[in-house]
Design a protein. Structure first.
Length: 262
């Protein structure tokens, strides 16, 4: 009996080991092999109205949408009506407001090739502490346009992304282009505090509105010239997910990435 048990355990061990080897082989082949997908595309040569984009971003920044309290306590935050009036209505985008604060815009495709593309952004921003005000070159909710830059809380994180997405749609429409898939813009009200009542609420109670997305793009990244001490910042983003383990230890004062310590 003891020999039979040991034999069974030996077979199980061999089976598990073989399974792990197969899994490892698959991962290695996927990591090293596969057809290359060309990523270079010729530019469309779109005309972007940068002055209008800057003015509208400035107006958006001037709306204090800090969470908490700000947007989190407003039954209908003012940015909803602003974005609908400035973009949704003139561009013919379908607009729906959920939970009183979540804005979902839809650009319908000319033809249907499958699931939609969902572009995410958020309207809320990190609050500004009183003792931080003196560190600002311009008032955080002033939306000042100075020397080619729009200054204010949310210019990068993340009101700039919302305006960029909408201005891109405006430019595409002006060029007579129509998407082959529906494009949704989901503008969340509470990303900075977890997103439970924004993107989380959409997933929990309104996911059917998005059908089965073909692709979902989060906030994305940016190229920022002279962002820190005259250095151009180009954040590295994951283009294709693979397995990697990274351990990073940092000593210093805690804070938020929107106001890095010098």
């Amino acid at each position: 009996m003891a020999r039979r048990k040991r034999g069974n355990w030996k077979k199980i061990g061999v089976g598990l080991g073989a399974g792990l080897l197969v899994l490892l082989a698959v991962l290695v082949v996927r990591a090293l092999g596969g057809d290359e997908v060309p990523t270079r595309r010729e530019p469309l040569g779109l005309e972007i109205d940068t002055e209008r984009a800057a003015q509208r971003l400035s107006a958006y920044i001037q709306l204090d949408t800090s969470t908490p309290p700000g947007i989190g306590r407003d039954p209908r935050p003012p940015h909803l009506d602003m974005l609908i009036a400035d973009y949704a209505e003139p561009l013919g985008l379908e607009a729906a407001v959920y939970e009183g604060r979540i804005l979902l815009l839809r650009w319908r495709a000319g033809t249907t090739e499958g699931g939609p593309i969902v572009l995410l952004s958020h309207a809320d921003v990190v609050p500004v502490a009183e003792d931080e005000l003196e560190r600002w070159t311009h008032a955080p909710f002033g939306g000042v346009i100075d020397d080619g830059y729009v200054w204010g809380r949310g210019a990068i994180d993340d009101k700039g992304a919302t305006i960029a997405q909408l201005e891109a749609i405006a430019a595409l429409q002006a060029a007579g282009l129509t998407p082959r898939r529906d494009v949704f813009l989901l503008i969340s009200p509470d990303e900075e505090i977890g997103g439970a009542e924004g993107a989380g609420a959409v997933l929990a109670r309104h996911a059917h509105r998005l059908e089965e997305p073909w692709a979902v793009l989060d906030e994305g990244t940016f190229v920022a010239p002279d962002f820190v001490a005259g250095t151009t910042i180009v954040p590295v983003a994951v283009g294709e997910k693979r397995f990697v383990t990274v351990e990073v230890s940092v000593n210093g004062e805690a804070g938020h990435s929107s106001m890095p310590e010098p």
